[in-house]
Ligand binder design. Structure first.
Ligand code: SF4
Ligand code: FES
Length: 352
């Protein structure tokens, strides 16, 4: 593998050829703030927060789109660099609602974090702020374009990871927005509500509706699990607060799916605490379902299965089991069908 050696903040670093200055810094634990960069997406170089000084270059260079070259001299932390980054943040904050106290993203907002680090005040550039309507048109995602910093990560993840290309920039200048074609709602677009855009948004412009008001990041425990909806084997982190699952966060480290999830995996966990779930067996008596003890329910099922088997044969009985059960429960179900009932008529919703 060919390598290049460069100098970053008076440190000699050797990295694979073709590496960007940003990647070179991250490989060597040199912090660089970023808003539009994501290691899984193409670089757009649009936010300009990652700028560094490169010897011989008149203007500051965005490190995420600057390839490191042999002998390059880079400074990441000079006064000029810090002032440029602060100005970028001041301009973003100047057109931001600053409703942080009630924003769902509080505690996990990159803009707030960097504004704090760089000592940004909110009154440097007074003037007009965007005032557009929320897109609350679908059951899962709320779009608040007033908070959008136009980083384009949602546009790129929709095109490059999900392959849908539902989102893009539209209008120009101060009026610039991100959304589906012709400024329509997500519900009127080809959006499949995978939620990938929510997972990359660095601010509160895209939020999961079911999580709103349910918990702050520091109150949430993340528990890695495998999705119970199909046989693909995607994994993600359950967000658990006070013993209750309040949502899902995709995990870029998930071996099968990375950050990608479908609408069921990302938004379908509300069944866990649904009051509609059965908690006791029901048996129909005089046309009405009534709660009974387990023994009574199991005796009834056993007698019905016995009667069907003796009259029509074992192959007249079939069972469907569920990915919502554990592997062990599903194993027992097929064992029961094969060894007790005597048929191979057993199937599972996650087989495909
Ligand atoms: Fe970036 Fe979020 Fe705006 Fe998309 S909605 S451009 S991810 S800030
Ligand atoms: Fe480099 Fe945005 S992170 S320009």
């Amino acid at each position: 593998m060919s390598t290049v050696t460069l100098n970053i903040d008076d440190r000699k670093v050797t990295i694979p050829a073709g590496t960007t200055v940003l990647e070179a810094c991250r490989m060597n634990n040199i912090p660089i703030p970023t808003l539009c960069h994501d290691p899984e997406l193409t670089n757009s170089g649009s936010c300009r927060l990652c700028v560094v000084e490169v010897e011989g270059m008149r203007s500051l260079s965005p490190s995420c789109v600057t390839v490191a070259t042999q002998g390059m001299q880079v400074k990441t932390n000079t006064r000029r660099v810090k002032e440029a980054r602060k100005t970028v943040l001041e301009l973003l904050v100047a057109n931001h609602p600053l409703d942080c106290m009630t924003c769902q993203k509080m505690g996990d907002c990159s803009l707030a974090q960097y504004a704090y680090e760089y000592g940004v005040k909110d009154d440097v550039y007074p003037g007009e702020r965007r005032n557009v309507c929320l897109d609350d048109s679908n059951p899962f995602i709320v779009r608040d374009s007033n908070k959008c910093i136009l980083c384009g990560k949602c546009v790129r993840v929709c095109e490059e990871v999900q392959g849908r290309s539902v989102l893009d920039f539209y209008q120009r200048g101060f009026e610039s927005l991100v959304g589906p074609a012709f400024g329509s709602d997500l519900s009127q677009s080809d959006c499949v509500l995978c939620g990938s855009c929510v997972s990359v948004c660095p601010v509160g412009a895209l939020t999961e509706k079911q999580m709103i008001g349910k918990g702050r990041p520091w109150e949430i425990k993340k528990v890695q699990t495998t999705c119970p909806f199909c046989g693909t084997g995607c994994s993600f982190d359950l967000n658990v607060k006070a013993g209750e699952v309040i949502g899902v966060t995709s995990n870029p480290e998930a071996p099968v799916n990375g950050r990608a999830l479908c609408v069921k995996g990302r938004f379908g966990t509300d069944f866990i605490h649904s009051p509609n779930r059965l908690t006791a067996p029901l048996v129909k008596k005089d046309g009405e379902f009534v709660e009974v003890e387990w023994d009574e329910a199991l005796d009834l099922v056993a007698s019905k299965l016995r009667a069907i088997k003796s009259e029509y044969g074992a192959d007249s009985i079939a069972a469907l089991s569920s990915a919502h059960c554990t592997n062990e429960e599903n194993y027992l179900m097929q064992k029961f069908m094969r060894a007790v009932i005597g048929t191979n008529n057993i199937d599972h919703c996650a087989r495909t």
